[in-house]
Design a protein around this ligand. Structure first.
Ligand SMILES: NC(=O)c1ccc[n+]([C@@H]2O[C@H](COP(=O)([O-])OP(=O)(O)OC[C@H]3O[C@@H](n4cnc5c(N)ncnc54)[C@H](O)[C@@H]3O)[C@@H](O)[C@H]2O)c1
Ligand SMILES: [Zn+2]
Length: 352
């Protein structure tokens, strides 16, 4: 089992290991006295892991109630948030109780936000069940729901008290969910870790899941520790996201987030004029069964990117890969976006 410690506005541990859902009650009893728990999970994860978690909680003397919402990003909204808050109130949770998010990033973001605002803030624990949630959303305390105007527009910074990543759960994920998470792992490699990146360039990466999660979480820990509230270096974690988000939008969100980020990273490298880096990203994407290009026009993509929340005024903060293991944040005038998409897509075309 691996342990990573975060020491920011709140200090907490992230444990990564086999069988951690069965041991959840024991881990929790080291932090929380016997109290009530609201377990928040979705309709896919509930039948898979809720019973196992519940048994562990009961054995450790906790009382819990479970709220299940329909799986998918379309549930990550104010209406479900409101239902979760009412559920917590109906079950008389107090500030000495806590919330467990059992699921992927949607569950973690929404349960975390509910915990952030219920009774002006109660503790919560992340038990991520997707690779994306394990390496990204469960760490760092960003919580949110979507508004009609865009994703994650209402939210709060609220750090969990504990993160338990059960690697048996991640190893059992369907292939497409592993690929989705792999895009974020490739991102960490491009940002900071050439060895991690090299692992992702071979189909054998799935044999190293625990190490991959550990290396990714350590990189996220480093950025979050330096910039908890996302005003500086943490923005580097958006590598591939501005370009990728534009693609997701053009595809009317029929393309998943990880797939958008995968293409976005290849575009970013091409747009930075780094064809060697672009070629390597294409290689990693291919090994992880991720796409590396799209058919939308640079004008369409630039238009979609202009409504990105990361835009401040007439500039966007773009993360440009200069080499594997080193990226640079560049404040870019928005009128350059279309030509950057063009340059990036042209580089990909030339290489493939
Ligand atoms: N807070 C952050 O820092 C942060 C960072 C990145 C992404 N996010 C958010 O995370 C969300 C995406 O995360 P996600 O991809 O985990 O989404 P998700 O929670 O919707 O999970 C994806 C799908 O996998 C299913 N699933 C989850 N665990 C499973 C398992 N073990 N076996 C089988 N199916 C399982 C879910 O039911 C869902 O259908 C987005 O809403 C995004 O905005 C947040
Ligand atoms: Zn992402």
């Amino acid at each position: 089992m691996y342990q990573v410690h975060l020491d920011i506005s709140k200090s907490y541990d992230i444990y990564i290991g086999s069988g951690l859902i069965e041991k959840a009650g024991a881990f929790l009893s080291g932090i929380f006295p016997r109290c009530r728990i609201a377990v928040i999970t979705d309709s896919n994860v509930y039948p898979l892991y809720a019973q196992k978690l519940g048994k562990s909680l009961t054995e450790s003397g906790y009382e819990y109630d479970t709220f299940v919402f329909p799986a998918g990003e379309q549930s990550k909204n104010l209406s479900t948030l409101s239902d979760i808050l009412e559920f917590m109130a109906d079950h008389q949770l107090t500030r000495s109780d806590f919330v467990i998010a059992l699921g992927g990033g949607v569950t973690g973001d929404m349960a975390g936000f509910a915990a952030a605002v219920y009774a002006r803030g109660i503790p919560f624990v992340q038990i991520p069940t997707t690779l994306l949630a394990a390496v990204d959303s469960s760490v760092g305390g960003k919580t949110a729901v979507d508004l009609k105007a865009g994703k994650n527009l209402a939210g709060a910074f609220h750090q969990p008290s504990l993160v338990l990543t059960d690697t048996d759960v991640i190893a059992d994920l369907p292939a497409h969910l592993l690929s989705e998470g792999a895009a974020e792992v490739i991102k960490y490699g491009v940002l900071e870790d050439t060895e991690l990146f090299d692992w992702m360039c071979s189909e054998t990466w799935k044999e190293k899941l625990s190490e991959i999660i550990l290396r990714s979480v350590k990189i996220k820990q480093k950025f979050v520790s330096e910039d908890e509230f996302d005003t500086g270096v943490r923005k580097l974690l958006n590598l591939g996201h501005t370009f990728g988000h534009a693609i997701e939008k053009c595809a009317d969100f029929s393309l998943s987030h990880g797939f958008g980020v995968a293409i976005g990273m290849a575009i970013a490298a091409g747009a930075a004029g780094k064809k060697d880096v672009c070629a390597k990203i294409i290689q990693a994407n291919t090994a992880c069964h991720l796409p590396f290009s799209c058919d939308f026009s640079p004008a369409e993509l630039a238009h979609a990117a202009l409504t990105d929340k990361k835009r401040s005024g007439d500039y966007v903060d773009l993360v440009m890969p200069h080499k594997i293991g080193h990226c640079v944040l560049e404040k870019t005038p928005v009128e350059y976006l279309s030509s950057l998409f063009e340059k990036g897509l042209a580089a990909i075309k030339e290489l493939t």
